[in-house]
Design a protein around this ligand. Structure first.
Ligand code: GLU
Length: 449
């Protein structure tokens, strides 16, 4: 990693000192600052108005108690978060994550990333993120409902169509958004569709929102391939994870003629040489909320399950990390490189460690960062907001075409910006710089607020 210039180093030191113990947040900030050297050199006005320093400090951070009663009658206490990071471009927008690993540092890393991602979409949305250390795994529907109701009983006062619009992330899907929306509507006595995205299709949701992050990631990878005069046809693809992002990435890979041969969850991974059977994967992971090992058991001969191993040992042409942060490290990168992988496109948020990214780029592997690759999810959330605002609903085909156009726009913007700032072909610096400039210009225009 290149050394930071003096001004950026001072900003980074201040971030470390003001946010102790938040390693994921530090990592996300560092990753952006590493790209901004050429920008501060060309535009001293950003430093003069302390734009980067202001960007690193959330506009508002909310932490609250979430008490609820489980099925045995025991009172449970979780911690809820909403970090409203930056609203220069529009209302705060970003998902809620329910996972036992959630703490302020995770929410801040995600919220920080979200600012640049949302900016890259070109749509009028600011950046925010939230969640809880609640673990939905093994909880009954009734428990999840009571938790969501308690969570919203505090959150409702902070959100709104023009203020802050949460959605899903890990552990928060259609079921949770339903319970959250129900409680918001009950407390406020308002059917305010635009307050949450990822809603069900019969009550204000958008076509393609469920598929959007996975589809968008594959559209982005398709653009990378097109730059080389190539396509997905016959490509071997490894997709980590088996949640919403991974499932629809696999679906789109297959639709484009590639073959997704492996996917995973926290218990291990499956390799299926005849291509992941999507219907079976959906049945195991979505309908039954089961483990990935069940897939191999039900699939029979063509598939095998590897407990606790690294999915990145599986040879592939294209790797799509779609599970979680820091799931692909330097050793994994080395294995991917020696097995001939030429593209790593991040479907998840920050799945590659800095060491992995360094190795990949040094070896000439095309690395495309999550804030560009997975922006299709939040972009389609913004399309859901548009439909809600006009009380309209669009067809699947129209919405998917909009998504494809947005993804190719992001792809091109990354490349053009990388070129303009002296790092041709570097998607990471292109994404960081393009995302930054749009927010920074809005912040300059809005004054010191
Ligand atoms: N959680 C998703 C992300 O990481 C989607 C956020 C949204 O739709 O607001 O971008």
């Amino acid at each position: 990693m290149p050394g930071l210039d003096e001004k950026l180093q001072d900003i980074y030191s201040e971030v470390l000192q003001r946010n102790p113990g938040e390693s994921e947040f530090h990592q996300a900030v560092r990753e952006v600052l590493d790209s901004l050297g050429p920008v501060v050199a060309k535009h001293p006005e950003y430093a003069d108005a302390a734009v980067i320093r202001r960007l690193c400090e959330p506009e508002r951070q909310i932490i609250f108690r979430v008490p609820w009663v489980d099925d045995t009658g025991t009172v449970q206490i979780n911690r809820g978060f909403r970090v409203e990071f930056n609203s220069a471009l529009g209302p705060y927008k970003g998902g809620l994550r329910f996972h036992p690993s959630v703490y302020l540092g995770i929410v801040k890393f995600l919220g920080f990333e979200q600012i640049f991602k949302n900016s890259l979409t070109g749509l009028p949305i600011g950046g925010g993120k939230g969640g809880s250390d609640f673990d939905p795994k093994g909880r009954s529907n009734a428990e999840v409902m009571r938790f969501c109701q308690s969570f919203m009983t505090e959150l409702y006062r902070h959100i709104g169509e023009y203020t802050d619009v949460p959605a899903g992330d890990i552990g928060v899907g259609g079921r949770e958004i339903g319970y959250l929306f129900g409680q918001y509507k009950r407390i406020t006595n308002r059917y305010e569709s635009g307050v949450l995205t990822g809603k069900g299709l019969s009550w204000g949701g958008s076509q393609v929102r469920t598929e959007a992050t996975g589809y968008g990631a594959v559209f982005f990878a398709k653009e990378i391939l097109q730059e080389r005069g190539d396509s997905f046809e016959g490509k071997r693809v490894v997709v980590s994870g088996s949640g919403n992002v991974a499932i629809y990435a696999v679906e789109k890979v297959h639709q484009l003629g590639g073959i997704a041969v492996a996917c995973s969850d926290s218990s291990g991974y499956v390799v299926d040489e005849s291509g992941i059977d999507l219907e079976l994967l959906k049945e195991v992971k979505q309908d039954d909320r089961g483990r990935i090992g069940d897939y191999a058991e039900k699939r029979g001969q063509s598939a095998h399950f590897v407990e606790n191993g690294s999915i990145w040992d599986v040879p592939c042409d294209i790797a799509l990390p779609c599970a979680t942060q820091n799931e692909l490290n330097g050793t994994d990168a080395k294995n991917l490189i020696s097995n001939g992988c030429t593209i790593v496109a991040e479907g998840a948020n920050m799945p590659c460690t800095p060491g992995a990214t360094k190795r990949l780029t040094e070896a000439g592997v095309t690395f495309a960062p999550g804030k560009a690759v997975n922006a299709g999810g939040v972009a389609t959330s913004a399309l859901e907001m548009q439909q809600n605002a006009s009380r309209d609903s669009w067809s699947f085909e129209h919405t998917e075409a909009r998504l494809a156009t947005i993804m190719s726009g992001i792809h091109d913007r990354c490349l053009e910006t990388a070129e303009a700032y002296g790092t041709p072909g570097d998607y990471q610096s292109g994404a960081n710089i393009a995302g930054f400039i749009q927010v920074a210009d809005a912040m300059l225009a809005l004054g010191v607020i």
